[in-house]
Design a protein around this ligand. Sequence first.
Ligand SMILES: NC(=O)c1ccc[n+]([C@@H]2O[C@H](COP(=O)([O-])OP(=O)(O)OC[C@H]3O[C@@H](n4cnc5c(N)ncnc54)[C@H](OP(=O)(O)O)[C@@H]3O)[C@@H](O)[C@H]2O)c1
Length: 253
Amino acid sequence: MKTDSHVFITGASSGIGASLARLMAGKGCRVSAVARRRDKLEALQAEYPNIMPIQADVSDHASVEKALHLAKAQNGQIDIAVLNAGIYQPVNAAAFELSVYHQHMAVNYTGILNCLDGLIPEMVARKAGHIAFMASVAGYRGLPRSAAYGPTKAAVQNLAESIYFDLAPLGIKIQLINPGFVETEATAVNDFIMPDLISSEMAAKQLLDGLISNQFEIAFPKRFVRKMKWLRLLPANSYLKLITKFTGHQRRG
Ligand SMILES: NC(=O)c1ccc[n+]([C@@H]2O[C@H](COP(=O)([O-])OP(=O)(O)OC[C@H]3O[C@@H](n4cnc5c(N)ncnc54)[C@H](OP(=O)(O)O)[C@@H]3O)[C@@H](O)[C@H]2O)c1
């Protein structure tokens, strides 16, 4: 990774995306920072002039097209795209609310597709580029309260793996990011103790190390990821029993 790379980060107004924008800008990268809250993005620019705020809604294709156009006009071709924007709302499927499920898919999955539509043709043409897909360990398997969020992350994991087969041979670096619990606005709604919780600054540091590496999957923190990967191997019946026992989910109702 060149120190003056042009990095396009969605979901850069808070949490992991904002911490990554600061970290990369501090290293000299030209950062196109995308999100809906312009004031938060402008505050980042006040800290680092090499962060360019771009207000956009990733769930809106036209808005993403405009954002990519602005980013390229200001900073030239995009070297690295970190497709990080996402929403998380815990749900109970017993009180099913269709719009919440649609909204999660529109931002966490379709939001990524909207970006790919503008990124891929140009990266294919120059046989270079780097795209990192933000998913979550919550995409590995079903989890309590995760029926709206988890499936979007499982979809992103599958998408990144499938796309790898098409684009990696053309010289485009494809990576999948699977964090455990990170302390951000998104997880502030959780009413349970989050195991192995890390700060967004620590997450950004581990994410940047991963982006520099040649590993397809960037998963952190390691201790929590090891447990989640082990759980992934269990047959469904044993998995559901164990998670029910561990979280007390059914008893709480
Ligand atoms: N925190 C965790 O424990 C954790 C674990 C695994 C994965 N992740 C993933 O990490 C990513 C970042 O989340 P975070 O934890 O850092 O939470 P966060 O602080 O809430 O950040 C979410 C970011 O996404 C942006 N965003 C949301 N909807 C958007 C939209 N429609 N268009 C453009 N931007 C939008 C938000 O900005 P605006 O509101 O300004 O638009 C914000 O910058 C998400 O994809 C999340 O699923 C988080």
